[in-house]
Design a protein around this ligand. Structure first.
Ligand SMILES: [Zn+2]
Length: 271
C-alpha cells in the first residue's frame, strides 16, 4: 500500500500525494471507510489520480461524491472520464455550474478564449445533483458544509469541515485571487463579500484550488480585500468596476479652460 500523505487527518491532496504538479488541487476527504473528491482537474491526469487512490487502498466503490467547486475546464474536464470509473459517486455542484456544464457554455467555463486562440476539449456533462449555501455532504463521520462564495465566478463553492475550508479559487497563499473577468461572471463586490466572510469565519486553514494550503491570516486577507476595493473604481477592470472617478473629475473640469501648466502630469494611483 502507498503511504497516505495526509495534509490534515482525513484530507489528502493529490498533487502533494504525487509529489508533482498535476494541475488544480484535487482533494480526497475520507472518514469511516467512505471518501469523496473535491474537483478532478484535467482528463489526462484522471488515470494517475485513480491509480494513486487505489494504491492508497481506498475502495473505488466507497467514493460517495465528487464535489465540483465551480465549472472551469481546468477543474472539471476529467469529470466524464472519472464518472465512467466511479459510476456510483454523485457529482454535485452549484446550480449555475450545472447549467454551464450541461449547456456546454464554452466561454463561461474557460474552454474557449477566442481572442487568445485557446480552445480545449470540454464535453457537455450533466451533474448528478445540485448543492448550494448551507447544504451538507456527509462522508463517513465528517460533514462538509457548502458555502456559496461568488466573485471569481457566480457558481463558486467552498466547503467547510471543522476548522478547514476548501476555499476554491477565492484566495491563494500569495494573496492573489481567482481571475477577475467579465466573461466569466466575475463580480468584484460579491468577491469582497466572500473574502470578508472567509476573513471573519472561525476557519483556521484554507485549502485552495491552486497552490499550497495555508493558515488563514485576517490581516493578509484584508490587504487582498483592500486591493479589490480599489479595483472597483479602476478602468483596468472594465465592466467589472462599479465606477471610474476620473470621469467625474473630468466632467467638473470640462467647464474650465484647459491650462497646460495647471493640468500637470499623470497622478500616482493610490490603492
Ligand atoms: Zn481555478
Amino acid at each position: 500500500m502507498l503511504e497516505r500523505r495526509e495534509l490534515f487527518p482525513g484530507v489528502i491532496e493529490m498533487n502533494y500525494q504525487a509529489r508533482r504538479r498535476l494541475g488544480c488541487c484535487v482533494y480526497l476527504v475520507h472518514s469511516a471507510g467512505e471518501w469523496a473528491l473535491i474537483d478532478i482537474g484535467y482528463e489526462d491526469t484522471v488515470d494517475e489520480i485513480i491509480d494513486l487512490i487505489r494504491r492508497m487502498d481506498f475502495p473505488l466503490s466507497a467514493c460517495k461524491a465528487i464535489l465540483v467547486s465551480h465549472a472551469d475546464a481546468d477543474h472539471v474536464q476529467g469529470l466524464p472520464k472519472l464518472k465512467t470509473i466511479l459510476p456510483a459517486a454523485r457529482s454535485l455542484g452549484h446550480k449555475l455550474a450545472a447549467e454551464a456544464l450541461a449547456g456546454n457554455d464554452r466561454i463561461l467555463t474557460y474552454a474557449e478564449i477566442p481572442a487568445q486562440g485557446i480552445s480545449i476539449h470540454l464535453p457537455p456533462m450533466k451533474l448528478d445533483g445540485q448543492i448550494g449555501e448551507g447544504d451538507r455532504v456527509k462522508v463517513g463521520e465528517l460533514e462538509l458544509v457548502t458555502w456559496h462564495t461568488p466573485g471569481h465566478t457566480e457558481s463558486q463553492l467552498a466547503f467547510q469541515v471543522g476548522n478547514l475550508l476548501f476555499s476554491g479559487d477565492n484566495l491563494f497563499r500569495d494573496g492573489c485571487v481567482g481571475n477577475i473577468d467579465a466573461h466569466h461572471g466575475s463580480d468584484i463586490p460579491a468577491f469582497i463579500e466572500s473574502l470578508t466572510r472567509i476573513r471573519d469565519s472561525q476557519v483556521e486553514w484554507l485549502l485552495p484550488s491552486h497552490g499550497p494550503a495555508f493558515r488563514k491570516d485576517a490581516k493578509a486577507i484584508q490587504s487582498t480585500i483592500d486591493r479589490l476595493v480599489a479595483y472597483q473604481h479602476m478602468a483596468d477592470f472594465g465592466t467589472c468596476a462599479i465606477d471610474w472617478p476620473l470621469l467625474e473629475e473630468w466632467e467638473a473640469e470640462l467647464g474650465q479652460k484647459f491650462d497646460p501648466v495647471k493640468a500637470g502630469p499623470q497622478k500616482m494611483l493610490r490603492m
